[in-house]
Design a protein around this ligand. Structure first.
Ligand SMILES: Cc1cc2nc3c(=O)[nH]c(=O)nc-3n(C[C@H](O)[C@H](O)[C@H](O)COP(=O)(O)OP(=O)(O)OC[C@H]3O[C@@H](n4cnc5c(N)ncnc54)[C@H](O)[C@@H]3O)c2cc1C
Length: 562
C-alpha cells in the first residue's frame, strides 16, 4: 500500500495513506477532517508499533465476535471488579461477562457514561438539549465505536453539523465569514514573512509537517517518536523556520493556542488537515443512547454475570497475599475479586489507595505526570434560530480569539427555525481556566456579550434567549479533567507506564490508548485489557481467529455452553 501511495502528490498521499487520528477538539471552521488509520495499513506498515496493536486483527475480531468463552476451558472464569462505568468500564465489562466471567462494575455516580454526558430538559427528560462531553463521532475512522453504534446496537445516527462558509472567523479584531477567511488568509494582518503570505494556516501547518511525514515514510511511527518526541508544537514550528506570527496564526485559527507547548508528536497523531470527505456523526436524540444500550446489554447477560453498582465509589485497591484483590468502597465495605480493572480517569485514579503502595510507585508516577487538560462547555438555549434566520448560518462553527473561542451551531433548515441549543463556548486547556473562575450566571452573561460581538446583525438574540448551562470538566469530582494530551517526552517515557498492569490490576480509559480525547480510545483500551485478562486466565485465544471464535460465539447463542 505504501508504494502505491507514494506515487501521489505529497498532500494527497498524506490524506489518503496515513493513519493519523484527529482529536475531537481540533475541528475548526477553517479545517476539515484528516484521515484516520486504516487498520490494515497500520498492520502492514507498523507491525511492531503499539499503535498497530490497538487495531490488530485479533482485537478487531474481538470487537465483532467477542472473546473466547472462559467456561469452554474448565473453570478459567474469574470474578472481575471494574472501577468506573464510563465507556471503557462498560465495554470491558460486557466483553468479559459475555465470555463467562462474573463482572461487577462500581460506578461512583448515579448514572453510567462518564464523559458521555447528554443534557436533557430537566422538566422533560425526553427532550434532548445538547452534549457536555462527547458530541461527534468520525465513525468511518473509529472501527470499535462504529461496530457498537452501527452494528451491535443499530442506533439511529445523524450527521453532525458540517462546516459552514457563513459562520465567522474573528481574529485580531477583524470579522469575516469563514469563506473570506479561507480565500484571503492575509486578511487578519499577521506579520508573516513574505514566503508565508497568501497561505492559509492549515497550509502553513501542513507544509511544516512535511519533514515529520518524511520521517514516517522512511522509518515508520517509531522513527517519528524517536526523532520528534522532544519537540513541542511551538519548538517544532520554530525549527521549521516559521515566523512567530505564522505560529500564532496557526495556533489561534486551529483552536490550538493552548496546545503550543504540548508534544508535536501528539499533534501529528491527532492531525487535522483539510480535504477529507469523512463525515462526523452523532446519535439521534442524544449520545447517551449509546450508554443506555451498553447498560441494557450488560443487564441482559445471563446469570447476572454483569452488574452495575451505582453510587458506589471505590477508594482502595489492595493486593492480597492470596493473589486476590480487595476493593473498598467509600462507606468501608469490602469485596474480593480475582482481577480488577481501573476504568477511571488518571486524575481520579491517583487519589486511590493502591496497596501495597510500593508495588504501584511507577503507576502513581505515570498517573500524576500524564498531561491532562481541562475543558469547559457553555450551552445557550434560544426559541428562535436567529443564526439561520438573520445570519444564514445552518451549522458548523465560528472561531475567534475572544475568550469564548469556538461557537458550534445546531444543524438548521428553513422548516425548523424555532430555536435550539448553541454550544456558545467550547474551550480547552488554559482557555478553559478563566471560565472556571466565574459564576455560571456571570459566565453566561459574558458569553452572550461575546456572541453579540461576533453576530453584529443579531444583537436582538437576547429576546430569544431562554437560559444557559455550564460544564467545567476540571471541576467534576468524578473525572477531574477532560482528556490526556501528551507533552514532549511523554510518548517515549510514559505511555508504557500508563497502560501497564500491576499484578492482576489493569488500567483502561481513554488516557491509556493512543486515541486521546475520543470514545474510541476508551473502547480500544477496554478491548486491550479484555484480551489481556483472557490471556492471563490462560484461556487460549484461537489463532485461526474468526472461525473458531465464531464457533464459541455460536455456542453461547445456542445456549449449549452453560
Ligand atoms: C468536553 C469533551 C468533549 C469530548 N468530545 C468528544 C467527541 O466529540 N467525540 C468523542 O468520541 N469523544 C469525545 N470526548 C472524549 C470522550 O468523552 C472520552 O474519551 C470517553 O468518554 C472517556 O471514557 P472513559 O470510560 O475512559 O472515562 P469516563 O467517561 O471518565 O468514565 C470514568 C467513570 O468512572 C467513574 N468514577 C470516578 N471515580 C470513581 C470511583 N472512585 N469509583 C467508581 N467509579 C468512579 C466516573 O463517574 C465515570 O463514570 C470528549 C470529552 C470531553 C470532556
Amino acid at each position: 500500500m505504501a508504494s502505491g501511495c507514494q506515487s501521489f502528490f505529497f498532500l494527497l498521499l498524506f490524506f489518503q495513506c496515513t493513519w493519523f487520528i484527529i482529536p475531537s477538539e481540533f475541528f475548526s471552521p477553517l479545517t476539515a477532517f484528516g484521515q484516520y488509520a486504516e487498520p490494515s495499513f497500520i498492520a502492514a506498515k507498523q507491525k511492531n508499533s503499539k499503535i498497530a496493536q490497538e487495531y490488530s486483527e485479533q482485537r478487531l475480531q474481538i470487537s465483532i465476535n467477542g472473546l473466547p468463552k472462559c467456561s469452554y476451558q474448565q473453570n478459567q472464569c474469574r470474578r472481575i471488579g471494574i472501577i468506573g462505568g464510563g465507556a471503557a468500564g462498560l465495554y470491558c465489562g460486557i466483553l468479559l461477562a459475555e465470555a463467562g466471567h462474573t463482572v461487577t462494575i462500581f460506578e461512583a455516580t448515579d448514572r453510567a457514561g462518564g464523559r458521555i454526558l447528554t443534557y436533557r430538559d430537566p422538566k422533560n427528560p425526553t427532550k434532548y438539549m445538547g452534549e457536555f462531553g462527547a458530541m461527534r463521532f468520525p465513525l468511518s475512522r473509529h472501527p470499535y465505536l462504529n461496530q457498537l453504534i452501527r452494528e451491535r446496537y443499530k442506533l439511529n445516527i445523524t450527521e453532525f453539523s458540517s462546516p459552514d462558509d457563513n459562520a465567522y472567523t474573528y481574529i485580531n479584531g477583524i470579522l469575516t465569514r469563514n469563506k473570506q477567511a479561507r480565500e484571503n488568509p492575509d486578511i487578519f494582518q499577521f506579520n508573516t514573512s513574505a514566503s508565508e503570505r497568501g497561505k492559509t494556516p492549515n497550509r502553513l501547518f501542513s507544509d511544516a509537517l512535511q519533514t515529520i511525514h518524511q520521517t514516517f515514510f522512511n522509518g515508520g511511527w517509531s522513527a517519528v517518536v524517536k526523532q520528534w518526541d522532544s519537540y513541542s508544537m511551538d519548538s517544532y514550528l520554530h525549527h521549521m523556520n516559521l515566523s512567530r506570527a505564522a505560529i500564532d496564526y496557526i495556533a489561534i485559527s486551529r483552536g490550538s493556542e493552548g496546545f503550543l507547548f504540548t508534544s508535536i508528536v501528539e499533534s501529528v497523531r491527532s492531525i487535522n488537515l483539510p480535504a477529507s470527505d469523512d463525515k462526523l456523526y452523532q446519535i439521534r436524540d442524544g449520545n447517551d443512547q449509546l450508554v443506555r444500550s451498553m447498560v441494557d446489554d450488560c443487564r441482559a447477560i445471563q446469570s447476572n454475570r454483569c452488574s452495575i453498582l451505582y453510587s458506589t465509589p471505590i477508594n482502595q485497591v489492595q493486593l492480597l497475599a492470596s493473589n486476590e484483590i480487595q476493593l473498598r468502597t467509600n462507606n468501608g465495605t469490602n469485596q474480593i475479586f480475582d482481577t480488577v480493572v481501573v476504568a477511571t480517569s488518571p486524575t481520579v485514579a491517583q487519589l486511590f489507595e493502591f496497596e501495597p503502595r510500593r508495588d504501584f510507585i511507577q503507576k502513581y508516577l505515570a498517573l500524576r505526570q500524564v498531561h491532562y487538560i481541562c475543558s469547559s462547555k457553555i450551552l445557550l438555549f434560544f426559541n428562535v434560530s436567529w443564526w439561520y434566520v438573520q445570519e444564514h448560518i445552518s451549522g458548523g462553527s465560528s472561531t475567534s480569539d475572544l475568550p469564548i473561542r469556538s461557537i458550534y451551531y445546531p444543524k438548521t433548515t428553513s422548516n425548523q427555525t424555532d430555536g435550539g441549543t448553541l454550544l456558545a463556548s467550547y474551550t480547552l486547556g488554559p482557555n478553559s481556566i478563566i471560565w472556571q473562575s466565574l459564576s455560571d450566571s456571570d459566565a453566561i452573561e459574558l458569553v452572550l456579550q461575546q456572541l453579540i460581538q461576533i453576530h453584529r446583525n443579531s444583537s436582538n438574540m437576547r429576546n430569544y434567549f431562554q437560559g444557559g448551562k455550564v460544564k467545567h470538566w476540571c471541576q467534576d469530582p468524578h473525572v477531574r479533567g477532560a482528556f490526556a494530551y501528551l507533552i514532549p517526552f511523554q510518548e517515549t517515557e510514559l505511555v508504557d507506564k500508563l497502560e501497564a498492569s500491576v499484578s492482576n490490576v489493569h488500567f483502561i480509559g481513554e488516557y491509556t490508548s493512543f486515541v486521546h480525547g475520543w470514545v474510541e480510545g476508551a473502547l480500544s483500551s477496554a478491548i486491550r485489557v479484555a484480551e489481556a485478562i483472557t490471556i492471563e486466565s490462560e484461556i487460549t485465544v484461537p489463532t485461526n481467529g474468526l472461525q473458531k471464535i465464531e464457533q464459541l460465539y455460536d455456542l453461547e447463542i445456542n445456549g449449549s455452553i452453560y
